[in-house]
Write a protein that binds this ligand. Structure first.
Ligand SMILES: [Zn+2]
Length: 358
């Protein structure tokens, strides 16, 4: 559930690292080889004789997966993706990559991803740029692992390719096959969480540079700071995902237990190590505490303001007014004041805290 996790390491693209795996070219029942796709060129998924499994979900969304992903998992991803777009709108272009358990398969996907985007955008960076180490690199390599790290570490993420040097803008959703595992309820909630990030980013215009010396307005609008903070951005994605899962399945017990667990895991350290300063928690350190306490901040916000003000109004005003401007306009006070109020609430006894959950 990382926010953008693009490594700053830049090295030459190494063709020798390409996997030797060749996917079989036969049809599989749900995923299909692109030659039978109607919306894309037939060559799209055939790279150097290797096939990438792909499905076109709609005019804005493509789904890719490694050969070891089961039909059940593909079905789940499609089902919960549909639920996400029904709730937050169809946003794209979005490429969803489901990564399985083999590094070699993930490397084939990385190779495909690079070649696809080189074709789509001549500005795509395939080589180390000598202008400086602060300039990133768009393709994949052993140091800049786009998909292979998900085989190793698990998890999921959204990357926004809305960069100054690129002409073709798009989003990438990556779903690994562990932490959470595809058969867990968490896997579905994670997908919703990640799609909510697409929704958040979609409400912000402007591109950012790969050059880290240049400030990124997009980061500040999304998270409140140039040096990104997870509390609101991640808390919003997590609580929105949990809530939509609860509404869709009717599984109140799962939702309640998840929220209870989040508080139990984070509250003591939030108090003792962070002195209840929600904004002091960064992505680099202890971001999980910010995810958990942040989810409770959003739950508290919903209990006071209702869901619509966050989901619609805040994000509608965000691009024009900025994070704090939209916060004050829609929630009636500064984010610092709101956090102070929240801190009083979250230190009450559990019997009172739990009452705000739907
Ligand atoms: Zn997230």
């Amino acid at each position: 559930m990382h926010y953008i996790t693009i490594s700053i390491f830049i090295i030459l693209f190494s063709v020798s690292s390409l996997a030797q795996t060749t996917f079989s070219g036969g049809q599989i029942s749900s995923g299909k080889i692109t030659s039978s796709d109607t919306l894309n060129s037939s060559q799209d998924s055939l790279i150097d004789g290797k096939y990438t499994f792909k499905e076109v979900l709609n005019e804005k969304t493509e789904l890719y997966f490694t050969p070891d992903i089961s039909q059940k998992t593909i079905g789940n991803v499609k089902e919960w993706y549909e639920i996400a777009i029904q709730n937050w709108g169809l946003i794209g272009p979005l490429e969803i990559y489901i990564i399985g358990n083999k590094i070699s398969d993930a490397k084939v996907l990385e190779d495909y991803f690079c070649q696809k985007h080189v074709k789509l955008d001549k500005e795509w960076k395939t080589k180390f740029n000598l202008e400086g180490w602060s300039v990133k690199y768009d393709c994949a390599s052993d140091r800049h692992k786009i998909f292979t790290q998900y085989v190793e570490d698990g998890g999921a993420s959204i990357s926004t390719y809305r960069k100054e040097h690129l002409n073709y803008e798009f989003y990438v959703m990556k779903l690994a096959s562990k932490r959470p595992y595809p058969d867990e309820e968490d896997y579905k909630v994670t997908l919703l969480h990640e799609y909510f990030h697409v929704y958040q980013h979609h409400n912000i215009s402007g591109k950012c540079s790969d050059d880290r010396r240049k400030k990124c307005e997009r980061d500040k609008k999304a998270t409140g700071e140039y040096d990104k903070r997870p509390w609101f951005h991640e808390g919003g994605a997590e609580y929105s995902g949990q809530l939509l899962y609860r509404e869709t399945t009717g599984n109140k017990k799962y939702f309640f237990n998840q929220m209870k667990r989040k508080l139990k895991k984070s509250l003591n350290r939030y108090k003792s190590e962070y002195n209840m300063d929600l904004k002091s928690i960064t992505y680099k350190k202890d971001k999980n505490i910010a995810y958990d306490i942040g989810s409770w901040f959003i739950a508290y916000l919903y209990s006071k303001e209702g869901e619509e003000k966050h989901k619609n109004n805040f994000y509608k005003d965000l691009d024009k007014l900025g994070f704090e401007g939209s916060f004050v306009k829609n929630f009636g006070k500064s984010s610092d004041e709101y956090i102070k109020e929240f801190n009083k609430f979250i230190t009450k006894p559990w019997s009172q805290i739990q009452k705000i959950l739907p």
